[in-house]
Write a protein that binds this ligand. Structure first.
Ligand SMILES: [Zn+2]
Length: 129
């Protein structure tokens, strides 16, 4: 039993170490991954497809994980779906709909309006000097 416990702690220590390394070098790792992806897009996509399609173990794992954590996952989802943010145009938008909102006429109109307003203000300030 002791050896198993020791094994566990060693494993956890290793994971903790990896986690710390990731958080310390988060930006660098992300940038590296992005660069690699951009240089090898087709290769990466093919590998991802093979991994996803041919991996029944992964599918089963995902399914089990979902079933055991169903309530928690659904709660998280509903929280995320209600999360709001303020767009650059001043509208309050549900965060997951932000991209969609930014493509609407309303958003473009408000942005254009703000640009014109700024131009007018600058012009008036320029005249005063
Ligand atoms: Zn907007």
């Amino acid at each position: 039993m002791a050896t198993q416990e020791e094994q566990m702690t060693a494993d956890e220590k290793r994971k903790e170490k990896q986690r710390n390394y990731y958080y310390k070098n988060k930006e660098r790792i992300k940038e590296h991954a992005k660069k690699y992806y951009n240089n090898n897009t087709t290769k990466v996509k093919a590998q991802q497809k093979i991994y996803r399609d041919g991996n029944d173990e992964l599918k089963a794992k995902k399914k089990t994980y979902y079933q055991t954590n169903k309530k928690e996952i659904q709660a998280q989802r509903s929280v995320k779906q209600k999360e709001k943010c303020v767009c650059e145009c001043g509208c309050v938008v549900v965060k997951i709909q932000l991209k969609r909102h930014q493509q609407t006429k309303k958003h473009h109109k408000l942005i254009e309006h703000e640009r014109k307003l700024n131009e007018t203000i600058e012009r008036i300030l320029g005249q005063q000097e």
